[in-house]
Structure formats: structure tokens, C-alpha cells
Design a protein around this ligand. Structure first.
Ligand code: CO
Length: 190
């Protein structure tokens, strides 16, 4: 199934997501649904809280960006119970967007290297280092698990300028060609 995407202002986007057990109900389906939802909305990453699920899972498929970023060719992964253990390197500024915050793109500074522990869909444990564009996408999706949005990370001036627009988005003033859920609406995904 395709999940409606939870929009800025909904409290589930501000919760800290929980680790899950191997026998979490319907896990294989949830992963499939997250990918289907991400592809349907032309995203390159999607975190479970954006589908209203407060669990530590996100999926990434960077292939659509591979023409400009060769490092993303074939970068399709599922991250379960992800925890960043190190961040390092220069902070690099790059424009980001988010399916939960339509119509806004802003420069965000992030570290160039991360070390991440996670489980994959076969419940294999990984302790891996990522750099560059992959590290950026992972950090964006990972932040969702901790209730952090990219607009939290822009400069204080930009944040001030964005206030009104974000308020409008939370009330449904945006264009998105995918299904969405606004704050105050019930999420029925199970
Ligand atoms: Co996002």
C-alpha cells in the first residue's frame, strides 16, 4: 500500500522513534510500503515517521540522482534500528527538501562522514562508514527518527523567514502530487 505522507506540524514528526524487534508485526510489508510510497512521491529517501510509524526504519534509493552523483548508483538500502555513532569531516552546505515539507528547499550544513550501526532487512548487523552524498541522505532520514526536520537546521535568519510558510504548510497550503496527512488528522496505517 501507499502511505499518505505526514506533513509538517503533525506531532508524529517530532517524536523520537523506537527500536524494533526482529518479530515486529508486518515488518516485511512495512518496508515494501515505505519503498512504494517513496517511489510514488518521487523521493530518494523516506523515514517511517513520515508514514506515521514511530519506529527506527528508513529506506533510501539514490538511483534517480545517480546521473549527477555517480556515488548514488545502485545505492538502495533499508536501515533498521539505525544509530549514528560518529560524525566527522568538514560541514558541507547543500540544498535539501523533504516530502513532509513540500515547496521548501533550503541550504543545510552537514558533516561529510558518518559512522552508522544498523540492521538490514535480513536482520544482518552493519557498522559502516558513509561519506559525501550518501552520508547526507542518511543524516536527513536519520534525523526524522529523532524528530528533527531539515528546516530546524537552517540559519536563524532563514528560519525566521520560513516561519509563515511553514505555518501555511501545516494548514495544507502547498502543492504535492502525492497523498498527505495534516496535523490533527488520524493516521490509519495498520
Ligand atoms: Co525528510
Amino acid at each position: 500500500m501507499i502511505y499518505p505522507i505526514v506533513i509538517y506540524g503533525h506531532p508524529v514528526l517530532r517524536q523520537v522513534s523506537e527500536d524494533i524487534d526482529k518479530d515486529y508485526p508486518d515488518l516485511a510489508n512495512i518496508i515494501e510500503n515505505l519503498f512504494d510510497t517513496m517511489y510514488k512521491s518521487d523521493g530518494v529517501g523516506l523515514a517511517a515517521p513520515q508514514a506515521g510509524l514511530s519506529i527506527r526504519i528508513f529506506v533510501i534509493d539514490g538511483s534517480p540522482l545517480a546521473e549527477d552523483e555517480p556515488s548514488l548508483a545502485g545505492f538502495k538500502k533499508i536501515f533498521i534500528n539505525a544509530h549514528i555513532t560518529e560524525k566527522s569531516g568538514d560541514k558541507i552546505s547543500m540544498e535539501e527538501g523533504c516530502l513532509s515539507i513540500p515547496d521548501i528547499r533550503e541550504e543545510v550544513k552537514r558533516e561529510n562522514y558518518i559512522r552508522l550501526e544498523y540492521y538490514d532487512e535480513n536482520w544482518q548487523f552493519h557498522d559502516e562508514v558513509f561519506e559525501g552524498y550518501t552520508a547526507r541522505i542518511i543524516q536527513h532520514e536519520y534525523d526524522h527518527l529523532d524528530g528533527i526536520l531539515f528546516t530546524d537546521k537552517v540559519s536563524p535568519l532563514r528560519k525566521k523567514l520560513l516561519q509563515g510558510k511553514l505555518k501555511g504548510i501545516s494548514k495544507g497550503h502547498f502543492d504535492a502530487d502525492y497523498k498527505t496527512i495534516l496535523a490533527g488528522k488520524k493516521i490509519k496505517n495498520t
